[in-house]
Ligand binder design. Sequence first.
Ligand code: NAI
Length: 724
Amino acid sequence: MSESTTIRWEQDGTGVVTLVLDDPAQSANTMNQAFRTSVAAVAERAEAEKDGIRGIIVTSAKKTFFAGGDLKDMIKLGPDDARQAFDAGLAVKRALRTIETLGKPVVAAINGAALGGGYEIALACHHRIALDAPGSKIGLPEVTLGLLPAGGGVTRTVRLLGISDALLKVLLQGTQYSPRRALENGLVHEVAASTEEMLDRARAFIDAHPESSQPWDVKGYKIPGGTPSSPRFAANLPAFPANLKKQTGGAPYPAPRNILAAAVEGSQVDFETAQVIEARYFTELVTGQTAKNMIQAFFFDLQAVNSGASRPQGIEKRPVRKVAVLGAGMMGAGIAYSCARAGIDVVLKDVTAEAAAKGKAYSEKLLAKAVSRGRTTEADRDALLARITPTGQVADLAGCDAVIEAVFEDTALKHKVFQEIQDVVEPDALLCSNTSTLPITALAHGVTRPLDFIGLHFFSPVDKMPLVEIIRGEKTGDEALARAFDLVRQIRKTPIVVNDSRGFFTSRVIGQFINEGVAMVAEGVEPASVEQAAAQAGYPAKVLSLMDELTLTLPRRIRDETRRATEEAGGSWTPHPADTVIDRMVDDFGRPGRSGGAGFYDYADDGSRAGLWPGLREHFTKPDVDVPFTDLKERMLFSEALDSVRCLEENVLTTVADANIGSIMGIGFPAWTGGVLQYINGYEGGLPGFVARARELAASYGERFTPPASLVAKAERGETYHDG
Ligand code: NAI
């Protein structure tokens, strides 16, 4: 074999061949051209030398088992590359199939993460033993990148687990399992505590299965639970399209649809044909726009953001040991939990010790649930809780090297609490505020060390939301920015970095979405159509229901403050068409949103939503208004994308990756778009197409859709929104 092989062939004296996945050119194994050549060569050699082989173990010399497809290659594939993508995929599948049907026992010794292509290699083995390595993950997450597993992943999971389990447990959600949970769900057969144990057990499996006693039937594979044509299965089949609708909300996600089709069609034909069907559906996805968007966001942009593209260079890391969380309300309680979960000691301070204890009780509640579901142990729960010290005393904050303030949204109160604590905590402690609306630069006036002061905007519920928006004030120093960035990474969240401005990036841009939805109500559009448009555009929360959650008085207050500030600064203020509806809802109808018991929706006594308020139709809807449904959807998406361009122009945003990741992970911009700026890149016709459509929307619905000058110029230069 050539020297550039990515698979080492190691044969012992007893006829056991170990195939060691070890790409010499990369830190992780991927399904690149070198691998494709190597796997074909290995399969050929195994076939030729099979008489001297008793069994095969597949393992890896890297930290991970195998990282999966090479996304750098995939993202470049266009419609013209369909044939090449199809053939390349098929060649790997053939090689794996040759090894699988050699007639010898083949064992996967999964020494680390086996996701996507990695798990597909393991699936082609007859027996899978996973090392119980911390953080190791197993599964087929392709759907989360707009793809489907095309290395035999659909074909084999259907044949191993049955169609229902394959779809629901593995393929449609792309769940990543820990080795133990992979075992519970039938993805692997054994879990080993050490590498030696794993390899010993692999050899034991080979010893127990001489060629004559193969218990597996990989040629035909009987599908557990039956095929769609069997009567038992047929009864469940209609549920799948409904599930699919639920998963995608009717938004343009082609991957779940193609996965379902490949699984069902592939289950009714022989193995080889099923693999071809799988390849066809994959090729359609990989050469399309949605997969490009999702790979760009969830792989490249996420990596750029998390690896510190926006972190000042050359500043040493100093992990936080003890954090002061000021305010034990909804946000403070969640922040305390997230910090303690990452091993940081937390002093949780509220006005009284009782109020602080209530904040700690939130962690107790979350952990009780986690213990009962087997997601954590009692010992880990106790250790985490022991790290949170609730208090009403400022003196207890001594020794804290970082402060995160989450008291009521009130500038004077925030100034006061920082004054109370700044001489008690460490003299160089990082000072953060979780304000959601107050400009950081102004808040910094209240501390003696504005250089160390920064915004750390968490999202609710903190334990679930992965994003933190870091806001740099005018006086914030590089050191503080780097430390805030490192703190967010330390608590295993994703940081985006923005410059101070009203509403920062996330609140400002989501405000456009909400206003656009309300503007439609103002024009007389049926409120149900507005909600439907948001769902079909792919928003996780419908626009009017989201407005109710936030309460109508909040954006109104922000609007009034912004108007005052703009006018004071000599600027001119343009009212938004949404304004009158919001004012009438609050002032005339007494419907301020969910917390007030009534908003765009009615609420039952237990607080659950009880349908859109019929009064909306009575007071606002005009039967002769007919806005095309596509316009409703695109107005929501365009309003956010256009404002993000303005954020770039105003230097609120400094990278494209921050915009894309912040919009998807913070404010629910639909994931299929790849984020606010990738949506512009991927729009039909590219940037020029987007600009033309924005002009159309501006002509029909208002100046707010006029494309900003920098976007027009970029379109004319033939560029796209990319960093670097
Ligand atoms: P909350 O009302 O649930 O909690 C505020 C807590 O601060 C209360 O427990 C109160 O007793 C405590 N507090 C008041 N004065 C204090 C003092 N002098 N010392 C110590 N504690 C004091 O409010 P929530 O929702 O947790 O919000 C807190 C901050 O987080 C606000 O600035 C808010 O704008 C911001 N925020 C809120 C988000 C949300 O979704 N609710 C999202 C992101 C930021």
